[in-house]
Design a protein around this ligand. Structure first.
Ligand code: F6R
Ligand code: MG
Ligand code: MG
Length: 383
């Protein structure tokens, strides 16, 4: 069995919340190389997306390994020290506690992990997004594994024809449900169409029972009880043979769908597919973006990455995302560009509502205020 663990955190931005400083990547690489030499992990690749550092690691210790999680935690701690020395923005922001307690889950970083028997050839894609939250994967995951207009293999490949099983998490109630596509497609859509509450955690092949995809579903704000940035999710997907082809996994991202996040984690915007080099956010701290790194796994080694969106085939999606960004931005502080009130709960909006609360009057039975009742405005000075 080989395990792939992708553990990510924002441990300081350069500049602001836009990107990652190379010294952080270096610090993390050193820490992981030391872990590799000690035999904790087999191989690793240090990636980034916007202001997030993504540790992509292979090992033989299974999911939720305390040793692997501790290595990731220490790597982030070391890089945080570098971020603090450089006074990078929000140094250590996603490391919400001081003490490590056997798992990084619930401590701030995002985690996606899967373990499986390595196939004769094992292509995988690691998707990483910045300035959005885990629900952003719902639409593309549905397209990949349940939509025959996206994935031709569902119709014409016997190995995919039985369909896939979706594990959906209700992140508000901490519950989960398993639903099968295609029979229960409408039930799946009824839930995942509300991505702020229901997230697809994993997908399994129904012909072999094997894991096909796993996402990170941590909700930082829920962990911290206040707004501490969006969760900037990751997703691991296996490709080819009994799973969708690489091109079928990339296809959903030709449509830059609307996701929550962007500026101050409080706006709806298009998810733009970009290369690693272009993952740095810019306009209005965005728009939200996604990077896709492809690897072949060979005896636990990561052969790659191949930067899959670094391709003219995604130019149109980027162009469309820019047009959508223009359109959405013109709404300024109005919904639906700004997120609905329930989603603004963890921002500073409640403080503003609190400040206005004492001035809220009952309107039942009231007539509109007459001008003499209004507080007298200061006289305007006219030259
Ligand atoms: C969104 C994000 C940024 C910040 C914004 C304000 O996830 O990280 O858009 O929210 O730059 O940041 P502060 O409040 O740190 O100045
Ligand atoms: Mg940040
Ligand atoms: Mg981020």
């Amino acid at each position: 069995m080989v395990t792939i663990s992708v553990i990510k955190a924002d441990i300081g931005g350069w500049v602001g919340h836009s990107g990652v400083h190379t010294d952080l990547l270096e610090a993390v690489r050193e820490a992981l190389e030391e872990g590799r030499q000690r035999g904790v992990i087999l191989d690793f690749y240090v990636a980034y997306c916007g202001d997030d550092v993504n540790l992509i690691m292979t090992h033989a210790k299974g999911v939720e390994s305390p040793e692997v999680h501790e290595l990731a935690w220490q790597a982030f701690q070391k890089a945080t020290a570098v971020a603090k020395a450089l006074k990078l923005y929000g140094a250590g922001q996603d490391l919400l506690v001081d003490a490590f307690s056997g798992t990084v889950r619930g401590l701030g970083p995002g985690v996606a992990e899967m373990a499986f028997e390595e196939r004769k050839s094992e292509p995988i894609i690691v998707f990483m997004a910045d300035k959005t939250s885990p629900g952003a994967w719902n639409l593309p995951l549905y397209r990949m594994f349940a939509d025959p207009f996206n994935t031709a293999g569902l119709v014409i490949a016997p190995s995919l024809h039985q369909g896939f099983r979706f594990e959906i998490h209700d992140i508000m109630e901490s519950k989960r449900i398993l639903l099968d596509a295609p029979e229960e497609s409408y039930d799946i859509l009824a839930l995942i169409g509300a991505p702020e509450r229901y997230n697809i955690k994993a997908v399994y092949s129904r012909s072999t029972g094997e894991i096909a995809a796993v996402s990170s579903t941590e909700r930082l704000a829920h962990v911290a009880g206040r707004y501490v940035g969006k969760d900037d999710p990751v997703l691991i997907v296996r490709a080819q043979s009994q799973f969708p082809a690489v091109g079928e996994l990339l296809e959903p991202f030709t449509f830059p769908h609307l996701v929550p996040g962007w500026m101050r984690g409080s706006h709806t915007g298009p998810l733009m597919p970009v290369s690693l080099a272009q993952s740095r956010t810019a306009r209005f701290d965005g728009p939200p973006r996604v990077v896709a790194l492809g690897f072949q796994i060979a005896n636990g080694k990561l052969i790659g990455p191949v930067d899959l969106f670094d391709n003219p085939a995604f130019d149109e999606a980027r162009r469309m995302a820019n047009q959508i960004a223009d359109y959405m931005r013109r709404h300024g502080p109005f919904e639906p560009h700004r997120l609905p009130l329930e989603e603004m709960e963890y921002t500073t909006l409640p403080d503003i509502l609190q400040r206005l609360a004492s001035r809220m009057e009952d309107i039942n039975g009231h007539r509109p205020a007459r001008s003499e009742e209004l507080e007298k405005m200061p006289e305007m000075e006219v030259e």
